[in-house]
Design a protein around this ligand. Structure first.
Ligand code: NAI
Length: 703
């Protein structure tokens, strides 16, 4: 027999019912779907089925809860995903599920309420809710420990990282791996055998959890506090799993529900949902629909310095062919040594197989010549940050490559349109690919669209950013683009605070307490102070003489202190090579330069430090948005999260400003403006605050 329903269909063959359901593209449990499955479950029971196999349709992905429904009202007459789970758990007819591709979050929670779980090889299973600022909310914290044990359940839920089907089988989370081509038949055959043998497993909720020592939870908490600093969801997860260890299922589920509801309504969860959607939106809407991404397999990296070698590694790790070009054999060798040392290190640390490293190195070629490149699809230039050098390198590259080969610059600040003008026949092939240091590790890739960049050039690089596992954020052309332009305002404000009475250690501690991984001065010491100093000297003539300027950084550099690499910078690294200590001589320099600028030092609160440094970012972000340099506020937020470690759970600087309240933010900025001209509030901020609108509601000029 068979019963039709648009979302779930029932087939009954030889007393086993198959319910196939679909909600493209991911089978998310949107309103309507749980009800449709429940209806077919009842029909299967009524028809006398001895077992039921659930088969997610289409791609086979089991996404679970519909995230777009979080924080919204569910239609009162529609059963919930939790109703489906409860029914599966209590169902008189035993149920099974076939998992393909992935079963994450609610997808896994539904699966765990079934008696049997089958999966095709490579299927990913996990509870990633922590990345949305919430614990699993549909029994995940109660059933998972009953199936895989407390320790594994803690690991899976707190890291949010999926495990693959083979590992899942070894933990008892999967009963059998089935071949992809004949998956459904293999499941049915397994079920027939099991029914014949009378081997029907007990529901997960009825299983006993072996006793564990309380120290397991304490260790998990200590680790989570370190690895997911500032986040509240890990604590909720630990408390929910502790409840599973101590209480019967129904009481544990009630505890989990309470913890889930507290988290889901929190600012942190709202912020993490914002980031989730920001990541999915970032690459969209930048090109016409017709624009086609071209395949990229071979890349030339020009300049084998700090960035060039890191960029080469990033491409090699994604399995691409890389050709490294340099002006001198010596510089080339140094770059190749850095790359080899990286792969050696990975192998030694057991993080990569020797054969994999050798394969990747076999795809690397090199030559100390720019005018003799092998055929490539894309060139990334990472030579010195000087316009004249960049222009001459681009002119050579235009000659050395076929038209249509993308020419990208890794410049940090320079005008991409001016660089493109050096290759007038190729302007449509030129754009910026601004990696962050270390390029193989930092997740952000700023993709700088020039005035004449072709749509398909941009589309190709957007797709490439995904291939190499980076978060691509599109920026228009301006000095420093989205990230460095706003970061420089943050650093400037931090230095002003020193002259007004704060110390580097106090500023850094306040920023860390807010949630960034490092304070501004530790970051500067780590990156090296000399590069910024050279830039300030070379652009000194462009500075407005009436605008406030701090000489603290310059005075430190004049002593030859360039940060960690010289053992001294804003901090002294004599005792502690990595963290550094407050340096009394630096405090003297600060006092002297402050006095010379006529500033009387005062007590500065941590709140003022956070407001001054981060509202400088917010104000600049609003200007960047209003100028169309960033297309969406969420792109700006992503740049700060992935480029500077702004806490995800605060959603990024602009989202944080919105949660604080734009009128409040504007008033605070206005109070700073009373002291300094450069705090002039962004026009967009004033507009939004006056209209009671949010940044997300601003649809600015496209970049
Ligand atoms: P680097 O000084 O470590 O390396 C530059 C390399 O370019 C050197 O190996 C040099 O031999 C080579 N080079 C110079 N002129 C050349 C030419 N005409 N032809 C071929 N090779 C040439 O510099 P770094 O730090 O790697 O910076 C490179 C670019 O990346 C700059 O535009 C910089 O602004 C940008 N960048 C740097 C970041 C950083 O943190 N260091 C971060 C993001 C971008």
């Amino acid at each position: 027999m068979s019963q039709k329903n648009p979302q779930a269909q029932l087939e009954l063959t030889e007393s086993i019912a198959v319910i196939q359901f679909q909600n493209a593209p991911m089978n998310a449990m949107s309103p309507g779907l749980p009800g449709a499955i429940l209806q077919q479950l009842r029909a299967a029971q009524d028809a006398g089925a001895k077992a039921v196999l659930l088969v997610p349709g289409g791609s086979g992905v089991m996404a679970g809860a519909d995230i777009s429904m979080q924080g919204k009202d569910w239609p009162a007459d529609e059963p919930l995903m939790s109703d489906l789970i409860r029914t599966l758990d209590d169902c008189a007819v035993p149920t099974a599920i076939l998992l393909r591709k992935s079963a994450l979050g609610g997808g896994l929670e539904i699966a765990m309420a079934c008696r049997w779980r089958f999966a095709t090889a490579g299927t990913k299973l996990g509870q990633p809710e922590v990345n949305l600022g919430i614990p699993p909310g549909a029994g995940g914290t109660q059933r998972l420990p009953r199936i895989v044990g407390i320790q594994h359940a803690l690991d899976i839920c707190i890291t949010g990282r999926p495990i693959d089907a083979t590992k899942a089988q070894s933990l008892g989370l999967i009963d059998a791996l089935v071949p992809a081509e004949t998956a459904q038949e293999a499941c049915l055959s397994f079920l027939r055998d099991a029914l014949k043998a009378g081997q029907i497993p007990a529901p997960a909720g009825a299983r006993q959890i072996p006793e564990v020592d309380e120290s397991v939870f304490e260790t998990a908490l200590a680790q989570a506090t370190k690895r997911r600093r500032g986040e509240t969801a890990p604590t909720a997860i630990i408390n929910a799993i502790r409840a599973a260890a101590q209480l019967p299922l129904s009481e544990g589920l009630a505890q989990e529900r309470k913890l889930y509801l507290d988290c889901v309504a929190s600012d942190q969860a709202a912020a993490m949902r914002h980031v989730f959607f920001a990541e999915r939106a970032a690459l969209k809407g930048h090109t016409s629909k017709e624009a086609q991404a071209r395949p990229i397999t071979k890349i030339a990296v020009v300049g084998a310095g700090t960035m060039g070698s890191g960029i080469a590694i990033a491409f090699m790790m994604a399995g691409l062919h890389v050709h490294l070009a340099e002006r001198s054999g010596e510089a080339l060798q140094a770059g190749l040594d850095r790359i080899r040392a990286f792969f050696d290190g990975r192998v030694k640390a057991g993080r990569m197989k020797d054969t994999a490293a050798r394969d990747m190195l076999a795809r690397l070629s090199s030559k100390a010549a720019l005018d003799d490149l092998p055929p490539v699809d894309l060139v990334v230039e990472a030579v010195f940050e000087e316009m004249a050098v960049k222009k001459s390198v681009f002119a050579t590259l235009a000659q050395a490559t076929a038209p249509g080969t993308i020419l990208a610059t890794n410049t940090s600040y320079l005008d991409v349109d001016e660089i493109a003008a050096a290759v007038p026949d190729r302007v449509s092939d030129v754009l910026g690919m601004h990696f962050f240091s270390p390029a193989n590790i930092m997740p952000l890739l700023e993709i700088v669209r020039g005035r004449d960049t072709a749509d398909d050039t941009l589309a190709t690089v957007l797709a490439l950013s995904k291939t190499i596992g980076k978060t691509g954020v599109v920026s228009g052309v301006c000095h420093g683009f989205i990230a460095n332009r706003s970061f420089s305002k943050y650093l400037r404000e931090a230095e002003f605070l020193l002259q007004e009475g704060a110390t580097p250690a106090q500023v850094d501690a306040a920023i860390r307490a807010f949630g960034l991984p490092m304070g501004p001065f530790a970051v500067r010491d780590l990156a090296g102070l000399d590069i910024g100093w050279a830039m300030r000297k070379s652009t000194a003539h462009l500075r407005n003489a009436n605008e406030r300027y701090s000489t603290v950084g310059d005075a430190i550099c004049e002593r030859g202190w360039f940060g960690q690499k010289t053992g001294r910078g804003f901090f002294n690294y004599a005792e502690d090579k990595r963290r550094g200590a407050e340096d009394p001589e630096v405090l003297n320099i600060i006092r002297e330069t402050g006095a010379a600028a006529g500033i009387t030092p005062r007590q500065i609160s941590d709140q003022e430090i956070v407001d001054r440094c981060l509202l400088a970012v917010v104000n600049e972000g609003a200007k960047i948005l209003q100028e169309g340099i960033a297309r969406r506020a969420s792109d700006f937020d992503l740049a700060w999260i992935n480029g500077y470690g702004f806490p995800k759970w605060r959603g990024g600087p602009l989202f944080w400003a919105e949660q604080t309240g734009l009128q409040k933010v504007l008033a605070r900025i206005g109070s700073f403006h009373g002291d300094h001209d450069f705090w002039e509030p962004a026009a967009l901020l004033q507009e939004l605050a006056a209209d009671g609108k949010t940044f997300a509601q601003h649809t600015g000029a496209p970049t």
